[in-house]
Design a binder for this molecule. Structure first.
Ligand SMILES: NC(=O)C1=CN([C@@H]2O[C@H](COP(=O)(O)OP(=O)(O)OC[C@H]3O[C@@H](n4cnc5c(N)ncnc54)[C@H](O)[C@@H]3O)[C@@H](O)[C@H]2O)C=CC1
Ligand SMILES: O=C(O)CCC(=O)C(=O)O
Length: 434
């Protein structure tokens, strides 16, 4: 074997394993894409183009801490597809953030946007840090520096970030201000999920969690089952999980288990979600809540229920616990909570999985409306926006179920296949592969 051939083989091997973006989450994303591409009979050129991101940026920057020491941070932004419009996706602050994680989540954003027919490609970013260990002033300096590093990439017509794990409206306000200062004019549409007084919409904060409930409702309706009385477990009580749990309880579901990063709670007759959220706000976590039984954090996933809603972080349902899940349906409010191995076990056990790209798409759908409002300098009533979101998610749910029947596959493969088909067509319409 010549050196040149050996080099090429080594490169091909690297690409097969995920290339520069290699990570467990990216491996899962590639498997999901591969299954969808097979179901569609997608051509090889489109497969090659879509399995890797178009652009990725890694930045290292120093930030002065409150004690005067300069600490170094690493941040990322990955843009998966540039075919249909600007790229869209949140940025996160968490200790495990990596290039591979952002690449996987950027790919998933492409499918999510395409499934809802939003005119975007997918992106994701983040800074590796523990936000709970930083003061507000430190978080502001990290966000402003991250925004400066990303300035050449982001803009209303190029790449539009939004909140994700560990970030929210406050960080979006700082991000928007930093970009606006650089350009010498306000640029509200450079981010979505920003404070209402900066052009955000009151509908965005709750949109992801409410959307999760809309999808559960639409699915149960098609199965002829009422949501009222349905037993639900919600893992993670952050932006998404807290809203979803509260709305589920309002609609009459029995929330029989909840958890956050520090612990879990169970009560077979239903937990008072509002009371737990008040307790969490006062005590920093669910631990110690007196009106439910304490359970180990990860054991919450295994509580008997009808619908399990993982709404925390990725890779929570794994080969090691998939056998013990005691639910009928998993609704992925979080991104990537089920590994590929666990997916296969759940399918074998007849547990239906509603994939993240459908279940949590309410967030980016609300972001789209916020972005359009910003571009048009026009404001919609949040109630009208909420009504449109609900319709959009119900339509997408029906489409995914129909695609699963047509392609004889699971809901995840159907959702990704429907999205991939749209993206591949868009690429061909431009006279090139995407
Ligand atoms: N914020 C948004 O609009 C959107 C978020 N998502 C996804 O939803 C998920 C949650 O995001 P957010 O609610 O925004 O984050 P967040 O940072 O507001 O909340 C995360 C919650 O998960 C809990 N948590 C972390 N690890 C846990 C574990 N091992 N077990 C139990 N709880 C744990 C934390 O205590 C916290 O309550 C993420 O996967 C995110 O990518 C998806 C679409 C949009
Ligand atoms: O609102 C957005 O633009 C993106 C939200 C997001 O990051 C996600 O859906 O995972």
């Amino acid at each position: 074997m010549t050196t040149a051939t050996a080099g090429r083989d080594a490169g091909a091997e690297l690409v097969a394993e995920g290339g520069e973006w290699r990570s467990p989450l990216y491996a899962d994303a590639l498997q999901q894409f591969g299954r969808a591409a097979d179901a569609l009979g997608l051509d090889d050129e489109s497969r090659v183009r879509l399995r890797e991101p178009r652009r990725s940026l890694t930045v290292n920057f120093g930030v002065r801490m409150d004690d005067g020491i300069v600490r170094s941070f690493t941040g990322y932004r990955v843009q998966h597809t540039l075919t249909m419009g600007p790229t869209k996706g949140g940025f996160r602050y968490a200790p495990h953030v990596s290039l591979g994680e952002c690449a996987a989540l950027a790919m998933s954003m492409t499918w999510k946007c395409a499934l809802l027919r939003l005119p975007y490609g997918g992106a994701k970013g983040g800074v590796r840090c523990d936000p709970s260990a930083l003061s507000v002033a430190e978080l502001e300096r990290v966000t402003r520096r991250y925004a400066t590093e990303l300035a050449p990439l982001v803009g209303p017509d190029t790449d539009v970030p939004a909140p994700d794990v560990g970030t929210g409206a406050r960080e979006m306000g700082w991000f928007m201000d930093t970009i606006s200062q650089r350009l010498g004019r306000p640029v509200p549409s450079v981010v979505t999920g920003k404070p209402v007084e900066l052009g955000g919409t009151a509908a965005r904060h709750a949109a992801t969690g409410l959307g999760v409930v809309d999808v559960i409702d639409a699915l149960l309706e098609r199965r002829g089952e009422p949501l009222s009385g349905c037993r639900v477990v919600v893992q993670g009580l952050g932006n998404v999980g807290a809203v979803a749990a509260q709305r589920l309880a309002e609609l009459g579901a029995l929330v029989v288990g909840v958890s956050d990063v520090d612990g879990g709670l169970a009560r077979a007759t239903g937990i008072d979600v509002r009371a737990v959220l008040r307790w969490k706000a006062a005590h920093g976590g669910v631990d110690g809540f007196p009106h439910a039984d304490p359970v180990a954090r990860d054991a919450v996933l295994e509580l008997p229920c009808d619908v399990l809603v993982p709404a925390a972080v990725e890779r929570q349902i794994v080969a090691g616990n998939a056998e013990r899940l005691a639910c009928r349906i998993v609704v992925e409010a979080a991104n990537g909570p089920t590994t590929a191995e666990a997916d296969a076990i759940l399918a074998e056990r007849g547990i239906e999985v509603v994939p993240d790209v459908l279940a949590n798409a309410g967030g980016v759908a609300a972001s789209y409306f916020e972005w359009v409002m910003g571009q048009q300098h026009y404001s919609w009533d949040p109630d009208e926006l909420r009504r449109r979101l609900r319709e959009q998610l119900r339509t997408a749910t029906a489409e995914v179920i129909a695609a699963a029947e047509r392609l004889c596959c699971d809901l995840r493969t159907a959702a990704v296949a429907s999205a991939v088909e749209h993206v591949a067509r868009a690429g061909l319409s431009r006279g090139l592969h995407p």
